[in-house]
Each structure stands twice: as structure tokens, then as C-alpha cells.
Design a protein around this ligand. Structure first.
Ligand code: ARG
Ligand code: ZN
Length: 876
């Protein structure tokens, strides 16, 4: 069944308070829910009450304390219906039973390595008790959790702890929690288990003492201290930048090892995939540390953007997710390097969201319909959703943006809001009409901006012509123009920034042109020399830019642009051109020749600027990926030709820059103990980028250096960095290092995930067999989402040539895994299947094989709604 935004109507009943009594048991957990209901003044009087339920066994049902007669209600696999509820406030008391150990979907209440935990977003609460499982029903929760004391000495709930005690003579104990803030049921959580904790007292700006704690598997406490520190820093930052303070006496984070996604912002009790909590020098990379910091912040920031103000319905998901991603990106930018963070975020946006937007799964930031909401936790809702907020800030300015946020917190606190409510605050705060801006929420597809220009030296004028168009996407053939902030500058050939003067009627403010029609022509005056335009500075809008700048102009921007994003972009654009040409030659069976100017520009860059910002330099040295190139080509893609073309360019650069890279590699060697700070991480990133290029140019030298680094490493970043370089160099050294790594970390699943992932991305014909073999490795399990994503996900999303094998065996493998996994964990299965999202861009032979595999999945009887939705849309 399809759910549509336009069909929204409020519920007929409200649930003001919820009293839960959860008696934990490994296979037969009993839940008593006492719901205080009343008719909703906005609902239909006299309507039946339909509560959602899923895989529950109803034990008893009482109305105002009296057992319900069989005729008064009906139970179906997905609901409990009360035919004629009282038209006054009443209490419904429901007792249900469920089996947490059998819950392989990891939605609702389940057990992970002996720990009871919950995941309720989006629709998991109905797997705990019958309920109005939708985000616009806000209730105050009191939760009593009871468990065997030995099995679960720690019992955590939402809100503040109230009381705890023994259940005499049973070996059991209980804890009582109360959350004073009304919340939707998707924010409910509980945890029971034997866990270690690290904690500290955090004092808010207004003087409230909060006990903040992170709970992890026994023996792993030491590995949670970085996350705890990141949490304290997030709390301080939200006070400073958004004026938001924490509002309870405690804030608990629990890390579990079986989790469908990254983490979850349950009120006062965040639950995390342990991959995004646990870190130590020996076992986590710099990238792991950065992810932990960002996700800890993200979930914490949801306390205001998501929890205090929640969503009216799931169509409004971007209201909390896009905004909270924007907030966590800003936090990381302030804590680390802003330009480098921006480049990294744009890389992710292009790799994930642009890919999604260009294929059959394209949808607007605020979708208008869905079959399975879990399939809409997408790069479009999250990442493009964040870009839309960023554009809003650019368009109205930082001050009006902050006033709009303040107004939003003031006006919508305690409500389940819509995107309209949110945007109205910014319209008011800025005095602007934002109705056309709203198109960003409603229209799918990545707009293309085309630019051309003309300089008149005699008149000293420079004309810039811009135009936009958005390609059709599923269900949206016609597109309207969107409001595109184009941040720009004019750069003289010698590198100086030229003045930006244009007439009063030109929509130009603070270096930002607003393109809101199909086309715009602007003439700049008093331009003293021929300028090179630097457009979309800081990537001011999530669009594709088409402009035929000469290579020489791109080199000017690479050298001189004052905007670091566009410096980087200029180098990427040249590299893209060079790889495109090499790919064309490879496809045509011709000899590949690589334009030497790219190497010369990079040599100059390494000589003059690499030392100024290591992390930035690492981004400059990283070539566009095979997937980037495939999107650039756009259709009839031959992944083998892309691989060959790209590798040829990499080898040529590695050879041309060999001496510089080797010197850089030597200079950047680690000194002293490992520290995960941004500067140290940047140094390591550049060192590994240098080694990676060097190894492409000279495999023997690369192998020698990587083997030495692997052996000497005292931290995971260096060790895994070396292993990753070796992975691309076939031979005995690689296999020895892989075996050594597995032996060293055989008892640590999170580290073995890196080992699985790396092997799955080896671009060689033997990889599919290797991956199949690894599915039988003792450390691998189809039941654990991290293992599946590491091995199968990395193969399908990170190995362009082997997933896209010409014989279709890669596609068949993925289809087999999806079909096998679907009955156990449909959410993870559906996510894996999105690896086919760009299948129509392939050359005809592979396209046919991909289609056949998708059809085989789609035709499998008994598919979950999750997988059937993705396979159906992918084929439509
Ligand atoms: N709200 C969580 C977060 O982004 C993610 C929940 C994902 N839920 C899902 N059903 N996929 O922080
Ligand atoms: Zn989120």
C-alpha cells in the first residue's frame, strides 16, 4: 500500500501518557502498557481506534481496568482494533509478549550479544506494544524495566531515573524512568545488560549538572573515552552556536554490536552501532575517529532538532535529518578544517546523492509518497536535505538564519512540525518570500547550471550567462527552475581577485548571485583584465556545473583561487578531463597518452603548498573515483575501460611525481605517540595519498615502503593505510600482510570488518571467489549488519569492475545475498540492493545482466515490502 503526503490527517485519538512495565526475558518478554487515551478534538467523533502491532502476542486487554469482551475488539497480524471506544478520556491496559532473541530484523526490542536494546524509528515501537505508531502522537512516558539481576545489572530508559529496587525472592530487580518531555513513540528506548561505563559530569551554560555516560561491552570502556569527549564538546558547541542547552539530568549512550544503521537519537538514551563509539589508536583509523565525532554530535543535536521539535509525519523526515546533518557538518567544520570538511562532504554528496538522483530511486528531499518508509533514510533526505539548509543560510545571511532558527525553537518546541512550519520561520525572520525556494523540497533531480562568458577588453566589461535545467526523474517529467545561490569571484590571470561590480538590478549580494529563473545574464563593469570565473565557491548549491573553461584557466584557479574548495575543484576538473580521455582511448583499444600538464601542476602544488595544509593536499592528490567517472560519462559505461583509463593516469602521475612523493612520504613520517587530532590526521592522510600514487607509478618501490610501514605501524591508521596500498598490488606481500592482519586482530570484529571490506574492493578477477570464500569465514555472519555491509556492501558499492563483471556473476552474487537475507533482516537487504541504483548507465551487455538479476529478486515469492519496493522502483 502506498502512503501519500496529501492524505495526512490527524489521529482520532490522542495518547497523553504511557506507563510501560517491561519484564525482560530472553525469549518471552512481557510488556504491560497503560495508555491514557482521549478523543482528538481534530479527529472524527466515534471513530474506531486502530492501534498498530507487529509480531506481538496479545495476553490481555482491559478498558478502565475491566477486561475487554471478545466482541469489543479485533486483533490482526498488524493491528488491534477497538470498535467503539468511549468518547471521553479512558485507559487501555494491554499486555503483550514478544521474543527478543528471535528478533533478527533488529527493529523493536532485541538482544545483541546478550544485551537487550531497542530500535523504534521508524515503525519499531509497534513490535513492543500495540500503539498509534506515528510521529504526531506525543506522550509522556514512565517506564519500569525489570530483569534478572545477573543477566542485566544495568537498566536504562528515557528521561530521568526515578527509582530502583529488588523484586524480593526472584533474583530480579527493576528500574523506573520518567521522561517529562512529550515524545513520539519512535524515540522510545530501553537497554538492559551487563555493560562497562565511562562518564563525567557536564555543567551546562546555565549551571545544570548533567551526568553524561557511555556504556559499552565489558572490557571496552577505555575505547569509549574519545566518544565521551566528543559528546561534551558537542554539548558546548550547541550552546554556543545555536543557544541550545541539554534538558535532562542524565544523558546515556549505549553501544551495541548488532545495529541496522549508524545510531539513534532516543530521548536521553542514544543507542549506537559500536563502530561509531569504540576507538583506540591500535584499532581505529583517523576516519573512524572523525565519524565517531560527527555521529555523536549528530545524535546529540537531534535532542532539539528531532526530539523537542519532531516531525508531523514521515514525509517530513528531512525536517530533522537534513537540519541535523547540517548542524553536525558545521560542528565538524568548527572542530577541524572547514575547507577540508566541505570537500569531504561534497565528495560524499556527489558519490551518494547525485548517484541516487540520477537513477530510478530518485526522489525529492521531501518525498510525496512511499511504500516503505525505511527506504527513505537516503542520501537525498540526509545530505541533500543538509545542502538545502546551507543554501537557505547563504541566501538570507548568517544573522537572519540564526534569528529564523531561534524563532523555530521558540514557536515549534513541543510540537510535531512540518517543513512548511520551518521555512515560515525563516521567511519571517528574513522578510523574504521563500515560496520558490520551497521547490528544493519538492523536486527531485540534480539541476545542471551551464555558464558561458565574454570579456570585452575595450569596454572593460565581462558578461556572464547562466542557465539552469533539471532532468526528468521518476514521476516528475516537467521541472520548474529552483533558487540557486551562485557564490562567485573573478580571478585575474596573475591570480588577483578582481572587483565584482554590477548594476543595481543584478541579484548580487555578498559575492552571491541568485539564479532563480531559467537563465540570467549579468554584465560586470570596470573589469581591468580578462577574468577567470570562479563559480559556485564553497559548492554553494547542490548542482552540476557545466562550463567550458580552458585547461589553462583551470590551472589559474588551482593556483590562485582564494576559495579553497574551487582550488580543489579545478584540479579535480582537470583530472576528470584527463581520465575521460584515457578512458575513451582504453575503450577504443588505443594507446593511452596522459597530458603532462596535470602532473606539472601537481608538482608545483607539492613544491609550494602541500606543507601548508596536509589534509587539503591529500584531497588534491586523490583522483576522482571510478564511480565519479561513471557518473561523468553518464551512459553506456564500460567499468573496465574506466578502470584502465584511470589507472593509466594514476601510474603516469605516480611516475612523474615519484621523487617528490618519496620525499614527502619521508618527511611526513610519524613522530611521537599517535594522536587523532585533525592536524596529525591530515599529515597521515597526505602521507598515505603520496604512498598510494607512488605505488601506482612504481609497484616495487610502493610494495617495499608499504610492507615496511605495515610492520612498523603503532596505530591502525598507518597499518591499515599500508595494507590498503598493498591491496592494489598483487603478489605475495599483499597476502602475507592480509594474513598477518587477520592473525593480529582475529578477536576483534570491528577490525576484521576493515579486513573484509578491503579484500572485497580488490579490483581483480579473483575477488568474487575471495568474497564468496570469506562469507564462510568464522568471523563472518549474515546476522550482523556490520559484517554484511563490510564484505558484501563494499563489494557491491566499492568495487566497480568486479561487481560489474561482464559475465554478470557479481550481480548474481548480490541478488543471492539479498534473497537469502531478506527474510531475516529486510532493512539491510533492501539497502544492499540499492547497489543497482545506477544500472541503467551501464553499457548494454552489463545492463541486461543487471536487469536480469533485479528481475530475479523482484520475482522471488514472499519478499519483504522493503526489498520489493527497491526492486520494483529500480526496474520501473
Ligand atoms: N534517526 C537516525 C539518525 O539519523 C536514523 C534512524 C534510521 N532508521 C531507519 N529506519 N533507517 O540519526
Ligand atoms: Zn539523524
Amino acid at each position: 500500500p502506498v502512503v501519500r503526503l496529501e492524505d495526512y490527517r490527524p489521529t482520532d485519538y490522542l495518547i497523553d501518557t504511557v506507563k510501560l512495565d517491561v519484564r525482560l526475558h530472553p525469549t518471552a518478554t512481557r510488556v504491560t502498557a497503560e495508555l491514557a487515551l482521549r478523543p482528538n478534538p481534530k479527529g472524527t467523533p466515534g471513530a474506531a481506534l486502530t492501534l498498530d502491532g507487529d509480531e506481538l502476542r496479545l495476553v490481555s486487554a482491559r478498558l478502565d481496568g475491566v477486561a475487554l469482551g471478545a466482541a469489543a475488539y479485533a486483533v490482526t497480524p498488524s493491528s488491534l482494533v477497538l470498535h467503539a471506544p468511549p468518547q471521553r478520556p479512558f485507559t487501555l491496559t494491554l499486555e503483550t509478549e514478544l521474543d527478543p532473541s528471535a528478533n533478527t530484523k533488529l527493529m523493536g526490542l532485541y538482544r545483541s550479544s546478550g544485551i537487550y536494546c531497542t530500535q523504534c524509528e521508524a515503525e519499531g515501537f509497534r513490535r513492543i506494544t500495540y500503539f498509534l505508531d506515528r510521529p504526531d502522537v506525543l506522550s509522556v512516558y514512565t517506564t519500569r524495566i525489570e530483569a534478572d539481576r545477573e543477566e542485566a545489572p544495568l537498566l536504562l530508559g528515557n528521561g530521568n531515573p526515578v527509582e530502583r529496587g529488588e523484586v524480593p525472592g526472584t533474583g530480579r530487580h527493576y528500574a523506573l524512568w520518567h521522561d517529562p518531555f512529550p515524545k513520539p513513540c519512535y524515540l522510545f528506548a530501553l537497554v538492559g545488560g551487563r555493560l562497562d561505563k565511562v562518564s563525567q559530569t557536564y555543567v551546562t551554560g546555565s549551571g545544570r549538572a548533567v551526568e553524561i555516560a557511555i556504556h559499552v561491552e565489558a572490557g571496552k570502556g577505555e575505547r569509549a573515552t574519545y566518544a565521551l569527549d566528543a559528546l561534551a564538546r558537542s554539548m558546548r558547541w550547541d550552546e554556543k552556536v545555536f543557544g541550545r542547552e541539554y534538558d535532562l539530568d542524565v544523558f546515556n549512550v549505549v553501544a551495541v554490536s548488532d545495529f541496522n544503521m549508524g545510531a539513534m537519537e532516543n530521548k536521553g538514551l542514544n543507542i549506537f552501532n559500536d563502530k561509531y563509539v569504540l576507538a583506540s589508536a591500535e584499532k581505529a583509523t583517523d576516519a573512524d575517529y572523525a565519524n565517531i565525532e560527527a555521529i555523536i554530535a549528530h545524535e546529540y543535536f537531534h535532542n532539539w532538532t528531532g526530539n523537542r521539535i519532531t516531525c508531523r509525519d514521515w514525509f517530513q523526515l528531512c525536517l530533522k535529518e537534513g537540519l541535523t546533518v547540517f548542524r553536525d557538518q558545521e560542528f565538524s567544520s568548527d572542530e577541524r578544517s572547514r575547507p577540508v570538511k566541505r570537500i569531504a562532504d561534497v565528495r560524499t554528496l556527489r558519490a551518494q546523492q547525485f548517484a541516487e538522483d540520477a537513477g530510478p530511486l530518485a526522489h525529492p528531499v521531501r518525498p510525496a509518497q512511499y511504500r516503505e518508509i525505511n527506504n527513505f533514510y537516503t542520501a537525498t533526505v540526509y545530505e541533500k536535505g543538509a545542502e538545502v539548509i546551507r543554501m537557505l543560510k547563504t541566501l538570507i545571511g548568517a544573522e537572519a538564519f540564526r534569528r529564523g532558527m531561534d524563532l523555530y525553537f521558540e514557536r515549534c518546541d513541543g510540537t510535531a512540525a512540518t517543513v512548511e512550519d520551518f521555512i515560515a520561520c525563516f521567511a519571517e525572520a528574513s522578510g523574504r518570500d521563500l515560496s520558490q525556494f520551497f521547490t528544493w523540497y519538492e523536486q527531485a533531480g540534480t539541476p545542471t547550471v551551464t555558464a558561458s562568458s565574454h570579456y570585452d577588453p575595450a569596454a572593460r566589461t565581462y558578461r556572464l550567462d547562466l542557465a539552469q535545467r533539471t532532468p526528468p526523474t521518476p514521476g516528475q517529467a516537467e521541472k520548474r527552475p529552483v533558487v540557486i545561490p551562485v557564490a562567485l569571484g573573478l580571478v585575474g590571470e596573475s591570480g588577483r581577485e578582481l572587483p565584482l561590480k554590477a548594476g543595481n538590478e543584478v541579484p548580487l549580494a555578498n559575492g552571491v548571485l541568485t539564479l532563480d529563473g531559467p537563465a540570467l545574464s549579468v554584465t560586470f563593469t570596470d573589469v581591468p583584465e580578462r577574468p577567470v570565473p570562479s563559480l559556485l565557491r564553497g559548492f554553494s548549491a547542490p548542482v552540476r556545473l557545466e562550463m567550458d573553461l580552458a585547461d589553462e584557466d583551470l590551472f589559474v584557479l588551482f593556483r590562485h583561487d582564494r576559495d579553497p574548495f574551487n582550488q580543489w575543484q579545478a584540479a579535480q576538473t582537470v583530472a576528470t578531463r584527463v581520465i575521460l580521455e584515457a578512458t575513451r582511448a582504453a575503450r577504443a583499444g588505443q594507446a593511452i597518452s596522459v597530458d603532462a600538464r596535470l602532473g606539472e601542476a601537481l608538482a608545483h602544488f607539492l613544491d609550494s603548498r602541500a606543507e601548508a595544509d596536509h589534509a587539503f593536499a591529500a584531497q588534491v592528490l586523490a583522483l576522482p573515483t571510478e564511480a565519479d567517472m561513471a557518473r561523468e560519462i553518464g551512459g553506456d559505461v564500460d567499468p573496465d575501460a574506466v578502470f584502465t583509463g584511470r589507472l593509466a593516469v594514476k601510474r603516469a602521475l605516480g611516475a612523474a611525481l615519484a621523487d617528490r612523493l618519496a620525499a614527502l612520504y619521508g618527511r611526513l613520517a610519524s613522530r611521537g605517540a599517535y594522536s587523532p587530532d585533525a592536524a596529525s590526521a591530515g599529515r597521515r592522510a597526505l602521507r598515505h595519498a603520496a604512498l598510494d600514487l607512488l605505488a601506482a607509478g612504481d609497484a616495487a618501490r610502493g610494495t617495499e615502503l608499504a610492507v615496511a610501514q605495515f610492520a612498523a605501524a603503532d596505530n591502525m591508521t598507518d597499518r591499515f593505510g599500508a595494507l590498503a596500498v598493498l591491496a592494489h598490488l598483487p603478489g605475495a606481500a599483499r597476502e602475507t600482510a592480509l594474513a598477518d592482519f587477520a592473525g593480529r586482530f582475529h578477536d576483534d570484529p570491528l577490525v576484521l570488518d576493515k579486513w573484509f571490506a578491503l579484500q572485497a574492493t580488490i579490483p581483480e578477477a579473483g575477488t568474487l571467489d575471495r568474497v564468496r570464500e570469506l562469507t564462510r569465514h568464522p568471523a563472518f555472519s549474515m546476522g550482523n549488519p556490520n559484517r554484511v555491509r563490510s564484505l558484501v556492501g563494499s563489494f557491491a558499492m566499492g568495487n566497480a569492475t568486479q561487481f560489474n563483471r561482464a559475465d554478470g556473476a557479481g550481480y548474481d552474487f548480490l541478488a543471492d545475498v539479498v534473497i537469502a537475507l531478506d527474510p531475516k533482516n529486510p532493512q539491510v537487504a533492501a539497502r544492499l540492493l540499492t547497489a543497482f541504483r545506477t544500472w541503467r548507465m551501464l553499457e548494454p551487455g552489463r545492463r541486461a545482466k543487471a536487469e536480469a538479476a533485479l528481475k530475479r529478486v523482484a520475482g522471488t515469492p514472499g519478499l519483504s515490502p522493503d526489498v520489493s519496493d527497491i526492486s520494483g522502483r529500480s526496474l520501473a
